[in-house]
Design a protein around this ligand. Structure first.
Ligand code: ATR
Length: 279
């Protein structure tokens, strides 16, 4: 089998996905290619998707701004993609185009690879900051993994409330303001930053202050450019353990590759290799 894999989105010229998936192909000794298929906003999305389908690619990733737009072109969605209303991975299987969303599981895997013991107690208190697509995926994965003490804080409270609707019945999910989250920061065992605040080059503020953070709490930022966000620097300075954003990128790709090829790639030192590229 010669796997033909692609990435669609715009802009994608600087995407790290080809680097990651080519490493996976090397590591698994599978034959194949992972290439970019950029679709400019002026082009016809319809025609581009039809081209991909005609080319009979085996699978593709979908990134911004097409994660929702792709859905009507698919024959089936897995449960997570349905709940997210967004697809980042498509596989061609037995004549059908099937959509998945690997972000949430990717996040969990990345956390588990670095902090396996965190998963031993599902009553750990978690603060999720932000309420965009990534936050939604992470919330859903954490909730379904059994974590039942999650607070969601977002600048716009209504979006956090939308995410809280995904909660299973036994969950103690609460929506809190950013101010309340900051005041109660010492209560949390894991604090996850999913907003785009840390990506803005000229913004030198963290989304909240860590001065009261609990010792041994984990601070996790899904932003990976820069690798060392202000959020992580502040957290580390105040004694928290750190979880970098690029690891989520790697593990959501690992899960996508598994969907395409049925092979779970051993990650070994890939996170350090990617870290070196990003530093
Ligand atoms: P994605 O889907 O990639 O996760 P998004 O939908 O653009 O990204 O979500 C961005 C998140 O960053 C949102 O939670 C947004 O808060 P709002 O819902 O209030 O817009 C948050 N965000 C962006 N800029 C922010 C800022 N300056 N301060 C606080 N939150 C911010």
């Amino acid at each position: 089998m010669d796997y033909r894999l692609k990435l669609i989105g715009y802009p994608i010229q600087h995407s790290l996905s080809p680097w990651i998936h080519n490493k996976f192909l090397e590591r698994t000794h599978l034959k194949g290619t992972y290439t970019l298929h950029e679709i400019s906003p002026d082009a016809s999305f319809d025609e581009n998707v039809l081209t991909l389908k005609k080319e009979k690619v085996d699978g593709f990733n979908v990134t911004v701004p097409y994660k929702e737009e792709i859905i009507p072109y698919l024959n089936m969605l897995d449960d997570t993609a349905k709940q997210m209303g967004a697809v980042n991975t498509v596989v061609y299987r037995e004549g059908k185009w099937i959509g998945y969303n690997t972000d949430g599981i990717g996040y969990l895997r990345s956390l588990e690879s670095k902090y396996p013991t965190f998963f031993q107690n599902k009553s750990k208190r978690i603060l999720l900051i932000g309420a965009g697509g990534a936050a939604r995926g992470i919330y859903y994965a954490l909730d379904r993994a059994g974590f039942d003490c999650i607070d969601i804080a977002n600048r716009t409270k209504a979006s956090a409330e939308e995410i809280a609707k995904l909660a299973t019945l036994s969950s103690n999910t609460k929506v809190v303001s950013l101010k309340e989250a900051e005041e109660g920061i010492g209560n949390y065992d894991l604090i996850i930053q999913t907003t785009s605040v840390g990506m803005k080059p000229n913004v030198d503020t963290s989304i909240l202050s860590f001065s009261q953070v609990k010792e041994n709490a984990i601070a996790s930022d899904i932003v990976y450019q820069p690798l060392q966000t202000k959020f992580l620097k502040e957290a580390e300075k105040n004694g928290a353990a750190i979880h970098y954003g690029h690891t989520m990128l790697l593990y959501q790709a690992q899960y996508a590759f598994e969907i395409w090829t049925n092979q779970k790639v051993p990650m070994d030192d890939l996170d350090l290799q990617l870290q070196t590229i990003l530093e």
